[in-house]
Ligand binder design. Sequence first.
Ligand code: PPE
Length: 314
Amino acid sequence: MGNRPEMFEGTDTIWMDGEFIDWEEAQVHVLTHSLHYGTGVFEGARCYDTSQGPALFRWEPHLDRLYSSAEPLDHEIEHTKEELTEATIELIKRQGLRSCYIRPLVFYGYESLGVGPGDSPTRVAIAAWPWGAYLGEDALQNGVAVKVSSWRKHASSQIPTNVKATGPYLNSMLAGEEARREGYVEAILLNKEGLVAEGPGENLFLVRDGEIYTPGLSQSILDGITRNSVIEIAEDIGYTVHDNTSISRGELYTADELFFTGTAAEVTPISKVDNVEIGNGGRGPITEELQQRFFDVVDRKTEDYEEWFKYIDV
Ligand code: PPE
């Protein structure tokens, strides 16, 4: 095959169903169940090249979320958490990666077709590749212009939103592409009630009068691991964090600061919503402080939060 896409340069191995195989060999049949019905579940985690060497960031919560996402879809993962951890570490070592994004995927394979997965086997794959700033380097400094999507976030009464399943990302894809077609970098989705939910692949935070707000878990959002980390970091600095709120659309435009969090997006400031400048129209001071602190933590420039890291012995 050859001609690996640019995004995946520097990689050569995928772990699939218990084996390390060549990147190009990691193929599935076109009648794979999850390809037709979006019945997979996945994770996105990061390995940071810290001052103490490469380390998985908050690996356990990511793994726990993968296994709990699998439950409502009736997936039975035949591998233990220890096996997947070992596989991931070995995958990173074999490819000589230091800083990378890790994508475990659990999906129904090829056996029978029809909405019910029937005898289709649950298969597991893990990939890891270098992935820099999700919304661009510039985004981390200057923030991103976002559009409030005309698409609503699906309600968790329709498709569970605390489950990281593949199919529901159609909702994210539609919102993101609508925004990009109109020249924005990213979208914000309102939930079925018209309250702020999250970004297509990020949780959202708002700063007002020196306090921090983020939509509660009942607002049809993913229970983001970066969200939880940033809440803890902010509270440890001394900020009041309201993490069980509902935020109205109007509050977005009048916020002092807004920012996204996510494994891929890390801590990304939002500069404008629907072309209305937020605060000074760039990265706000509290966002900058939290972002700086977040990067200091993941680079292991500080000694606290040590329990968030699983070091890889390279
Ligand atoms: N909400 C959604 C809908 C979401 O997809 C993510 C992660 C988050 C919130 C933040 O969750 P956490 O990563 O646990 O802090 N989105 C993943 C996929 C991004 C992609 O483009 O693919 C991610 O950041 O890895």
